[in-house]
Ligand binder design. Structure first.
Ligand code: SF4
Length: 206
């Protein structure tokens, strides 16, 4: 594990540095009825992700929960409703952004994803990001931030700063489910979101 957060300023627009070589449809076809890890046998629905295929921002969570597994859609439970309110507060709609998870299938009982499951599934996330080509990735919660940044630095230290993930700007922040339990942390999330908005709409920050 690398304990040194890789901090980069949000000044460079990486979009021009990445060429689209595949589409989200290609990635979805590639996953198919995936059984590449044991979660494929216990899921109800594979939760690929949803939103604007050309989104400037992609929100990445940990894994589908119960509601998501049933509906086959990401972030549709109480935490998902709070994420929708955060997106609305940014002046965007859910259909403007893209929302997905590191794992596409629900771990039984919402247990933590296992390293071998992440190793097997993360390449699909990387391909999704290549296809979408966003300006910013927002990692939701400790697990997503640690998995994507390959670090165990606490989310309290990681959040609020831009890092790099496969050449893209990544902002870690608290997971909406954490905010449901700790409403006082909404203030910090709003600070993080405002930094993201300055990257998405630099003219609005002047
Ligand atoms: S979690 Fe990922 S790798 Fe595992 S079965 Fe689901 S889609 Fe395949």
């Amino acid at each position: 594990m690398n304990n040194s957060p890789d901090v980069h300023p949000p000044s460079v627009d990486n979009r021009t540095q990445h060429r689209k070589s595949l589409s989200l449809e290609d990635v979805r076809k590639d996953i198919g009825d995936c059984q590449r890890c044991p979660l494929g046998r216990v899921r109800t629905n594979l939760v690929f992700g949803e939103g604007n295929p050309k989104a400037e921002i992609v929100f990445v969570g940990e894994a589908p929960g119960r509601d998501e597994d049933i509906q086959g859609r990401p972030f549709v439970g109480r935490a998902g409703q709070l994420l929708t309110r955060i997106i609305t507060a940014m002046g965007l709609k859910r259909q403007d952004v893209y929302i997905c998870n590191i794992l596409k299938c629900r771990p039984p009982g919402n247990r933590n994803p296992r390293p071998e499951e992440i190793i097997t599934c993360e390449p699909f996330l990387i391909k999704q990001l290549q296809a979408i080509n966003p300006k910013v990735i927002c990692a939701l919660g400790t697990f997503a931030a640690h998995t994507l940044l390959k670090t165990d630095v606490p989310i309290t230290v990681l959040r609020g700063k831009f890092h790099t993930y496969h050449g893209r700007q990544l902002m870690p922040t608290y997971h909406p489910a954490f905010l449901l339990r700790n409403p006082a942390a909404k203030k910090q999330v709003w600070e993080d979101v405002q930094k993201i908005m300055k990257v998405l709409l630099p003219q609005a920050s002047h």
